[in-house]
Design a protein around this ligand. Structure first.
Ligand code: NAD
Length: 428
């Protein structure tokens, strides 16, 4: 299989011929502006010293400061972080936000660290990248295996370094530290608004839709909970260890309640109990969940979940990508041949970065909004952008992914061209 970044860029190559953009734009967007690798020494609780490798990739900032989450996962590598930074660049443009794209990560199995070790690592990472971030330069946020608590530590470390209160440097913070109401559920909530918009356009309703959700973390849980509240039947849920299924429907809130209780009892940041151990439901594998005959398959775990090897097994005719890059480009073609519609990541999961944008706006204004206001604004912005993309797909007879890339690239290239010809002068 080709590497993730080459696969991510192939989406760009697919839509470029459909746009009359100067060749310079494609040349410029083929690589990030900066990729930084850092080695972070961390004193462990037993007195030993360990060094963790971290990255921050700044892809493009023509439309505004860089924006993108920080991932803690053992498989984090420069190829993955670069792909995620590229997707963030397209996503911020698709969502119409005044940001460029970036991403960060640390190669670590965060579940193996104590809370104090995790705090030292989080603070060490910020010290290592402090020179290139800032509320007007590059604004990190949470991603897989990072959360509001970790963002709080990171924001505090940055303020200590700068000797200033700069809450706008990081979004996804706890509400106590200037986080936005509604941010925690924003990615799932946004995905539901986009799905609702697509169904309405196709004269369908959320009520009664049978859904399967891969990934029961921040994004997957809130989506499943809100979808069920809106009348969907949650047939299956999964985490990294496996999946559960019930023909009568699962209750995501009840399952999360047990996990939270377990976490609180053990004073842990991450849950060490799998979804499979908790409920009295049929257990299955993640592969089986993906192949279920449901109305909507929701991918909310990680990249490369549907590939050319399992794409033919997918029965769902509507797939919602909440994770970044869960479908490879080869799998995309197979799904298209099988008449499956994919609502792409750069639109479906843009709710998280949109409310991060609201958080940044509130931090800079020093004036905070109620949750209803946040959700109202989120719904308006996302459904407006979704409508534009659905229209483009219809007019140009392309997939929703290609339509999203067309819109995003037009906005990025518009910004690049209107900023003038500085590269030309710099190189003279
Ligand atoms: P998280 O760490 O809160 O949860 C990840 C979940 O995925 C966990 O339940 C984990 O057990 C599960 N998982 C991991 N590997 C798996 C596998 N191989 N198969 C099935 N399940 C697996 O992470 P999150 O914040 O919910 O992010 C999930 C995805 O959504 C990522 O791709 C992330 O980039 C994307 N995303 C998240 C946000 C956000 O605001 N949290 C925003 C946009 C996109």
């Amino acid at each position: 299989m080709r590497n993730l970044f080459d696969d991510a860029k192939s989406r760009l190559d697919k839509v470029l011929p459909l746009l009359s953009l100067p060749e310079d734009i494609a040349i410029r967007l083929a690589q990030p502006k900066l990729n930084l690798t850092v080695n972070i020494p961390v004193r462990m609780d037993d007195g030993s010293l360990k060094v963790f490798t971290g990255y921050r990739v700044q892809y493009d900032d023509t439309r505004g400061p860089y924006k993108g989450g920080i991932r803690f996962h053992p498989d984090v590598c420069i190829d993955e972080v670069t792909s995620l930074a590229f997707w963030m660049t397209v996503k911020c443009a698709v969502a119409g936000l005044p940001f460029g794209g970036a991403k960060g990560g640390v190669a670590v199995d965060a579940k193996m660290l104590s809370k104090l070790e995790l705090e030292r690592l989080s603070r060490g990472y910020i010290r290592a990248i402090a020179d290139i971030i800032g509320p007007k330069r590059d604004i990190p946020a949470p991603d897989m295996y990072t959360n509001a608590t970790i963002m709080g530590w990171m924001a505090d470390e940055y303020n200590l370094i700068m000797r200033e209160q700069l809450p706008g440097v990081i979004t996804g913070k706890p509400v106590y530290l200037g986080g936005s109401k509604g941010r925690e559920a924003a990615t799932g909530q946004g995905a539901l608004y986009v799905l609702e918009c697509w169904l309405k356009r196709n004269t369908k309703k959320l009520q009664g839709m049978r859904i399967a959700v891969q990934g029961f973390g921040n994004a997957g849980y809130h989506f499943a909970r809100l979808a069920q509240e809106a009348g969907c039947k949650v047939m299956a849920l999964s985490d990294s260890k496996g999946a559960i299924y019930s023909k009568d429907g699962l209750d995501p809130k009840k399952i999360m309640f047990h996990r939270k209780k377990h976490n609180e009892l053990k004073a842990m940041l991450y849950c060490d109990v799998s979804i499979c151990e908790e409920a009295e439901n049929e257990v299955m594998t993640n592969e089986e969940l993906l192949a279920l005959d449901v109305d909507v398959l929701v991918l909310a775990a990680m990249e490369n979940q549907i590939t050319k090897d399992n794409a033919v097994k997918i029965q769902a005719k509507l797939i919602l990508e909440i994770a970044n890059g869960p479908i490879t480009s080869q799998a995309d073609e197979i799904l298209q041949k099988n008449n499956a519609v994919v609502i792409p990541d750069v639109l479906a999961n843009a709710g998280g970065v949109t409310v991060s944008y609201f958080e940044w706006v509130q931090n800079r204004a020093g004036y905070y909004w109620e949750e209803e206001e946040v959700n109202e604004k989120l719904k308006y912005l996302l459904q407006k952008q979704a409508g534009i993309i659905f229209n483009t797909a219809e007019e140009k007879k392309v997939t929703l992914r290609s339509a999203a890339y067309i819109e995003g690239l037009e906005r990025i290239s518009g910004a690049i061209q209107n900023r003038g010809t500085k590269e030309y002068f710099q190189n003279l």
